[in-house]
Design a protein around this ligand. Sequence first.
Ligand code: AMP
Ligand code: MG
Length: 347
Amino acid sequence: MPTSRYGRVLLVGLVLLTAVALWQTRDGTPALALVNAHPQRVMGTDCTLVAAVAPGDIARAQKALEAAEAVIRDVEARMSVYVEASELSRLNRAVAGENVPLTADTLGVLRIARDAASKTAGAFDATCPPVLLLWKDAGERGKRPSEDALSAAREATGWTRFELTSSGAQKKMADARLDLGGIAKGHAIDRTVGALKKANVKAGLVEIGGDVRVFGPGPKGQGWAVHLRHPFRKGSCGTIELQDAAVCTSGSYQRFTEIEGQRYSHIIDPRTARPVQDVPSVTVVAPDCITADIWATALSVLGPEGLEKLAAIDGLEALLITGRPEDFAIHQTPGFARLLRDPLRLE
Ligand code: AMP
Ligand code: MG
């Protein structure tokens, strides 16, 4: 979980619904009130919202945080495959050729997901559920899927199996499915930052399950400090300083299935229909969170070679850790190295 320089303040917020602390200037006068909230069970994980406002604006900030939480829950209600009534679940249940009406926001995310498939050379593929389900089933049975099952699942994926219209989407084949698990969190964070800014909150932080976006000046006028999760054990392996940016981490160390004594990541390589291996952690910094979310998943698939593709896009920086605890390698863009406060601590 990321903390900011107000580590103590965030801890207080874990106990209370919203907590407030006054950030002191050097001469002791309160400069900013830090109002924070920790909505429970958001997108299946933890969440931290922080609004930094003038001390006279605390009540307004609390209202803004309540509205921000509603924005996240709205995205979850429409885009989660775990919510039966979501727009995405309805589309997944639809028969081929049925036009499923979608809200502009959901349709917008589907368009971004479709574009991401070509920008990442097929590494990010939201049409991958046939492959995900095959490996979920394999995990439950404790047996690796057969070659035939793998090629059938791979054949069942791809954006040619969907048509996006101006008001909704259609499946072209009955077995086509979508999963926005690699993108919806980033989108929810972006929308939440937008809602806070609209409510005239000039600086703050939104975090869901370790993915973060910060905006406005940090408490002392410079950046916000965000801790990076250690890929192989509990705790942090470094701290980056961010200003008006997002950071997302994808990691197989967090979520995996064990089959026949081997660990398999929750991220699959759409090109081979197999879970990715040997990339335990990818962290991406981007101007917005949906982009960081997409690329953290995509680089988990592409590995260090993917850094070249990422370098061609302005404002993106990445850190990849490959290998195993006893034999790992660090790959990072020069810009990522500059964001690090101190050298990484991976031993
Ligand atoms: P993240 O933790 O952001 O990397 O997202 C991983 C989630 O995205 C998984 O739990 C799946 O729901 C989905 N997913 C897995 N592999 C891919 C992929 N190659 N492209 C897009 N989504 C994926
Ligand atoms: Mg992602």
